[in-house]
Design a protein around this ligand. Structure first.
Ligand code: SIN
Length: 492
């Protein structure tokens, strides 16, 4: 059922404030970019359409601020990031409402994102204090090897629309902790949260100018301009594999250190010996979180024949219970998808699967109401040739296929060029580990549909990316190792 409650004026006053911050940062932009509320299709704000001149000015400002920032002590940077954590948490209602409004996730999930995003800031505030240099004797004697970790330098961060706050802090926090200046380019669909978070960081003590926000319709001109600038030393991108590949080509010219968090096609395997209720509940989380729009979403749900009917029934019942509506309405548990293209893509994928023989258990339609809504959908018996098996769905559509043996399940699961996340549900510990080890993915949830955690290395293999975010590895992505070779002579 679609709740059509109008957006409340919860955050409208601050949207004007955000707009004026945006306008004040870099002058001479080429017009503005409207930001739409996907639940109502209303324009809720505008942000500047920055030019490449603006982008290069941002590089100059962030580079010069970054060089000073890189000389500060880890304790100084840590203290400011701790203050930023507290300020983000104090601002949680404002941030959550803005995320829901510009991106469309239900308010409760937006609150979850604020905590998740803030946790990255706290995590890297702590992690930078650990220090990671080394001291060792050369094996043949005669010298001592000393290693240090310094900031990699000016970092360009390109973030997606699906987690406008968490993907920003997952990159900004380690960059700042390591001592780098930042130029961040958020998706034009959801730029407001980035402007707001940068304002909050500055209020908490991050020096003005250290984090520059660039918003532009012309992403390729931006990338070409900044990634060929020799001052830029780091690129971190979250988005699609084709765009990541193009960015890597540009970054290759100046040998820029690059982290890529790219597309996924996560298999979720449910074996006959799984805990049925847990598997269905966690599959809902892995599939429907964020309105189905995460790169770790369960894209292909593969269920063993013996449990399949019961699992499909349980998942269908839970899917029917979702309440589609305006994300600011507290009763809503499923919001809109991001734009009209997403609605069209989902309709095509569902229709193609049904035409090729899949069974529609629930949903499948576009409600007749304003906003970019798509019903929560369960498709069963997906044939191997359906487009949905090889496409990142990025929406609330559960695509279920069946298998008979463990070997078949692993073969189907790995039959993709992507390798971000996978999930396995079984009560047999040996099977859980054997299957988890066999999955060609960077991350595996075992009896668990939620794998995201600031302390864990988030990232993929194959065409799903390079590098890791979060954990200690997420900090190293913004550091360079340097070693000193100290000649040793006998003191006698
Ligand atoms: C993503 O979809 O890119 C990130 C998901 C997450 O951090 O959980």
């Amino acid at each position: 059922m679609l709740s059509t409650q109008e957006s409340t004026p919860l955050i409208d006053p601050s949207l004007e404030a955000i707009r004026s911050i945006a306008m004040g940062r870099l002058d001479g932009e080429d017009g503005t970019i409207p930001v739409e509320d996907p639940a109502t299709q209303q324009i809720i704000a505008t942000v500047p359409n920055h030019t490449t001149v603006n982008a290069l000015e941002a590089v100059t400002l962030a580079d010069s601020a970054g060089r000073e920032w890189g000389k500060t002590t880890p304790r100084h940077r840590s203290d400011i990031l701790h203050a930023a954590y507290a300020h983000l948490i104090d601002s949680k209602d404002r941030l959550a409402a803005l995320i829901s409004r510009e991106m469309g996730k239900p308010l409760a999930e937006a609150h979850g994102e604020v905590q998740y995003a803030s946790d990255y800031v706290r995590w890297f505030a702590e992690e930078i204090l650990r220090g990671s240099g080394g001291y060792r004797e050369s094996p043949s004697g005669g010298s001592t090897i000393i290693t240090t970790q310094g900031p990699v330098g000016l970092s360009v961060l390109i973030t997606p629309w699906n987690f406008p706050l968490a993907m920003a802090t997952r990159k900004i926090a380690p960059a700042l902790a390591a001592g780098c200046g930042v130029v961040i380019k958020p998706a034009t669909l959801t730029p407001l949260t980035t402007y707001l978070v940068v304002q909050l960081l500055e209020e908490a003590g991050v020096p003005q100018g250290l984090v520059q926000v660039v918003t532009t319709r012309n992403s390729s001109a931006f990338s070409e301009a900044v990634l060929t600038d020799p001052r830029v030393r780091k690129l971190s991108f979250t988005g699609s594999t084709p765009v990541g590949s193009t960015l890597m080509e540009l970054a290759a010219k100046n040998i820029i250190k690059s982290s890529m968090e790219l597309g996924g096609n996560a298999p979720l395997l449910v074996f006959d010996d799984a805990d049925l209720e847990r598997a269905a509940e966690q599959a809902m989380l892995a599939k429907m979180r964020n309105n189905g729009q995460t790169c770790v979403a369960a894209n292909r749900i593969l269920v063993q024949n013996g449990i399949a009917d019961a699992f499909v029934e349980a998942l269908t019942e839970k899917t029917r219970a979702l309440r589609l509506g305006n994300p600011l309405d507290e009763a809503t548990t499923l919001g809109p998808v991001i734009d009209h293209r997403a609605v069209e893509r989902l309709s095509q994928l569902v229709n193609d699967a049904i035409a090729k023989g899949a069974t529609l258990r629930t949903g499948g339609s576009v409600p007749d109401a304003p906003g970019y809504f798509f019903e929560a959908t369960v498709l069963d018996d997906i044939p191997i040739n359906a487009d949905i098996t090889s496409t990142e769905i990025f929406g609330p559509v559960a695509a279920i296929s069946r298998f008979s043996t463990e070997e078949e399940a692993i073969r189907l699961a790995n039959d993709t060029p992507f390798g971000l996340a996978g999930y396995v549900f079984t009560e047999n510990a040996d099977r859980a580990f054997n299957v988890a080890e066999s999955l060609e993915t960077g991350m595996v949830g075992i009896n668990q549909g939620m794998i995201s955690n600031v302390a864990a290395p988030f990232g993929g293999v194959k065409q799903s990316g390079l590098g890791r975010e979060g954990s200690s590895e997420g900090l190293e992505e913004y550091q360079e190792t340097k070693y000193f070779n100290l000649a040793r002579r006998s003191s006698s």
